[in-house]
Design a protein around this ligand. Sequence first.
Ligand code: FDP
Length: 315
Amino acid sequence: MTDLAQWLSSQTPDADLASAILSMAAAGAEIAGVLRGAPIAGQTGLAGSENVQGEAQKALDVISNDIVLNHLAKNPAISILVSEELDEAVEMSSQGRLIVATDPLDGSSNLDANVTVGTIFSVLPSAGGLLQKGSAQLAAGYVAYGPATSFVTRIGGETSVFTLDGGGHWVQTLAAARIPEASGEFAINTARERFWDAATSGYVKESVAGEAGLAGKRYNMRWVGSMVADIHRILMRGGIFLYPLDSETHAKGGRLRLLYEANPMAWLVEGAGGRSTTGRGPILVVEPTDIHQRVPVILGSAEEVRRVEAWYARA
Ligand code: FDP
């Protein structure tokens, strides 16, 4: 069986890049261990909660951020860390050639319900500075903490899937994920319908109309509410994920973050034959203006994403 280190050596001669991915995988394995025992340790994920000894607990997203930071600080290839948990970028090794941007614990509002959460990361060349387009990424990946712990990553070729075994090793379980071109599943927070633009409303209406509607087929809805879990499902069996610009998120530019949510997920989805857009153009060419910038996100099965793009072209 191929493990992560073997796969990396077949994918890139760049030892620094491979080491950055291995550092994130090691952080993911450690976070998986913390999450597994969190209810016993009294770490509900809520800031200000107490453990069984009555001691104050750090929120799990802060703990996860510290774990990622510790692993990357040990790696001399990393120059800067950008994290959802930290207002400012953190300088690491002055000789480092690589920047890592991360959401250390995505979907953390689902933690108290023992629902899948994840760690997302993007690797960029230090030479390009903090604000680089997603197309400049050297690699990206995520860890999904579900019934199994999955590590999904891509350098420039295929998007590959690894699973954490009982001994703490990442074993390749899918060499190349392929997102089916067409799908009958969409993922969107329908509670936001009143804020949607005409394109989003048009696409969803067309889909829920089923066989009788313009799409001419039946759809089902799946929405976990953890981006990592929703995207992992799409990578495994297809579908579309939408967090579009709507009237409530308009002033902020969207809901999800460009550097450590949208770009890495678009990179992984495209490596699996899927498609991604903001509705107005590809996610990977958006010029960042801020490390915590938000952006509309639509990605998944190519045929479905094209249907949404067609609605935007008309709207
Ligand atoms: P969370 O705030 O729980 O970390 O990244 C933000 C995110 O989760 C995504 O994982 C998820 O897709 C989205 O928010 C869900 O947001 P809403 O429940 O506000 O729609």
